[in-house]
Write a protein that binds this ligand. Structure first.
Ligand SMILES: [Zn+2]
Ligand SMILES: [Zn+2]
Length: 388
């Protein structure tokens, strides 16, 4: 068994951290490593599990006391294990325990229930095989919209109850003889891990448990019709490409009393003319002239929050990076944190000079050459970082 990391180290908090900072540290890690956001990424799953396990212990004063005293041995096999009902012994718990623990702690949190709504269903949300399909739509957002948060109207097609037959699919319904009305059939398959029993929807009745004799002419018997639908979705500030917002019950309607599916709204970013996004930071490049670099200047930049003054110090070098603190994007659901704007400076070399400029540059050159220090007169120095 791999050496277990210290719980405080896992969450990145001190031994004397209070419950609030432990919760915040865990929350951050859970957002980052949640399996819904890192599909198929095994190492993210491990980190999520590890963080959840650490949090489950450290948030509980009794467990924390035991852990402080005995370390991981406090929860080893034969010591009563997790007490809280986790299945794992000395190995901690598995990913489904972690997801369950996470939803128990944060499921009521509006951010998490919106962003990780998918996890809730894992807990067994019923609906049976009549449940309508989940649908996906993509919304394209500008950085300006991401900066402030926005509301978007989405037009999409979904299956809704047929008004012609009232969603019944027709008349003369009788119990399906294939599944006996349960809508489900058991299938036994052989797999690498031995025999597996799958319960799937009955194909004879499409999982409804009923067969219709006189099918509705409008919907052909499913009781559902494709219709155009419009919905308004609120998008919180700070979202990133690939985030998604599940809108419960806004997907396809379920057949014959089945639960409706969800509409999954996927966020896509429209590239910005100047700014490139790096997490919550915004990076841009700014070309300034040689006199501006030498003498310093004040420049007004068009940012997402409007015009902001940027001070160029005298003697600013080309390729230097100026940081405008907290002028970047807010973090999702955490308005206390904002990223920065990073401005990479390029000092432009003039290529076409007016005769007046040429005279001035000549004069500058003469002055530089008479300077004893040799600064600006073309001296050699060792390359700091030739290959980068
Ligand atoms: Zn059936
Ligand atoms: Zn119909």
């Amino acid at each position: 068994m791999a050496e277990k990391r210290d719980y405080y180290e896992v969450l990145g908090v001190g031994k004397d951290a209070d419950t609030e900072s432990i919760k915040n540290a865990y929350r951050k890690l859970a957002i980052k490593y949640h399996p819904d956001k890192n599909k198929g990424d095994k190492s993210a799953e491990e980190r999520f599990k590890e963080a959840t396990e650490a949090y489950e212990v450290l948030k509980d004063p009794d467990k924390r006391k035991k852990y402080d005293q005995f370390g991981h041995a406090a929860f080893g096999a034969g010591h009563g294990g997790w007490g809280g009902g986790f299945a794992g012994g000395a190995d901690g718990f598995d990913i489904s325990d972690a997801l369950r623990a996470f939803m128990n702690d944060f499921g009521g949190d509006s951010f998490f229930s919106d962003f990780f709504g998918g996890s809730r269903r894992r807990g067994g949300r019923g609906g049976g095989s009549n449940r309508g399909s989940d649908l996906q739509v993509t919304v394209h957002l500008t950085l300006e919209e991401i900066n402030t948060g926005t509301s978007k109207k989405i037009k999409y097609k979904k299956r809704e109850h047929c008004s012609h037959c009232g969603g019944k699919g027709g008349s003369g319904a009788r119990t399906c003889s294939t599944c006996g009305g349960s809508g489900q059939v058991r299938r036994v398959t052989q797999s690498l891990f031995g025999q597996m029993v799958n319960v799937g929807a009955c194909s004879a009745c499409n999982g409804t448990g009923e067969v219709i004799s006189n099918k509705c002419s409008e919907c052909g018997g499913d009781g559902l019709l494709r219709t155009e639908s419009t919905i308004s979705v609120k998008i919180p500030a700070g979202v990133a490409e690939g985030n998604y917002i599940p809108l419960r019950g806004q997907g396809d309607a379920g057949a014959r009393g089945g639960q409706a599916g969800d509409l999954i709204v996927i966020i896509e970013e429209i590239p910005h003319e100047f700014f490139e996004r790096h997490g919550q930071d915004l990076v841009c490049e700014l070309e300034i002239s040689m006199p501006q670099a030498a003498l310093g200047d004040e420049i007004v930049l068009d940012t997402l929050d409007g015009k902001i003054k940027l001070t160029i110090a005298a003697g600013t070098e080309s390729e230097s990076v100026l940081r405008m603190r907290e002028k970047g994007l807010p973090e999702v659901n955490n308005n206390r944190y904002r990223g920065d704007i990073l401005v990479k400076i390029h000092v432009g070399t003039p290529k076409r000079l007016s005769s007046e400029e040429r005279d001035l540059y000549r004069k500058l050159k003469e002055i530089n050459q008479t300077k004893a220090s040799g600064e600006g007169a073309g001296f050699l120095r060792k390359a700091k970082k030739f290959f980068s």
